[in-house]
Design a protein around this ligand. Structure first.
Ligand code: GRF
Length: 223
């Protein structure tokens, strides 16, 4: 008897290049999951078209049809739960989630954020790294908690900031690394090597003391 694959829902607000990377990793046999839903707060999101093309059920909910953030989030999470998803990936979902509504998903939901967290939570991360004169920048995948971009970091990818870099160049150099980072972390969850113990991440049953780093050969534990 074969064990069923972990069921995964993805939320995305935009073009969906991270979703594309997840689907490609699955198709290469590197990500043993079953994508059961792709949802968005934007009916025009490229991510929804991509999911349709891949025969994954989609969901578009318009926040303007709800009285407030919590009402939207509660409906969104109820529908995700109804899809049978066990894990939830935020892949460019550009909304702040209500802390109470997301609580049942803590430990089962990850987000990719384009900065070396804890630096630069929120928006305009590339600009802020440049303005601060940082020598490096990066992306983080973290467990989502009620604190915006503040949950425990699981893995990061780093790039050097070169003299003369602008926001667009940074985003362009970082994106291919995001596309490796997110599937690699989801694979750890899918393989049940990584889990949440109520306090933080555990890898192979040991507390994850430092985030993984993305290297030439995938995720590497910090020295
Ligand atoms: C990525 O840079 C991601 O880190 C951020 O939003 C962007 C989404 O891009 N949270 P895409 O829609 O996956 O192409």
């Amino acid at each position: 008897m074969t064990t069923p694959l972990p069921r995964v829902a993805v939320l995305a607000s935009g073009r969906g290049s991270n979703l594309a990377a997840l689907l490609a990793a699955r198709d290469r046999g590197e990500l043993p999951v079953d994508f059961v839903l792709v949802g968005s707060d934007k009916a025009a999101a490229g991510a929804l078209r991509m999911a349709e093309a891949a025969n994954i059920p989609t969901l578009a909910l318009d926040p303007r049809s709800y009285p407030d953030r919590r009402a939207f989030d509660l409906d969104l999470f109820a529908r995700i739960e109804a899809s049978g998803a066990e894990l939830l990936v935020l892949a460019g979902f550009m909304r702040i989630l209500d802390g109470q509504a997301l609580t049942p998903w803590v430990g089962r939901m990850i987000n990719i954020h384009p900065s070396l967290l804890p630096k630069y939570r929120g928006l305009h991360t590339h600009r802020r790294a440049l303005e601060a004169g940082d020598s490096e920048h990066g992306a983080s995948v973290h467990f989502v908690t009620a604190e915006l971009d503040g949950g425990p970091v699981i893995a990061q990818a780093r790039i050097a900031i070169q003299p003369g870099d602008d926001e667009q160049q940074l985003a362009q150099r970082l994106l291919p690394l995001e596309h490796q980072l997110l599937p690699a972390v989801l694979a750890l969850l899918a393989n049940r090597r990584l889990r949440w113990d109520g306090q933080g991440p555990r890898l192979d049953d040991q507390p994850l003391l430092a985030p993984f780093m993305l290297g030439a050969h995938g995720l590497q534990t910090a020295e």
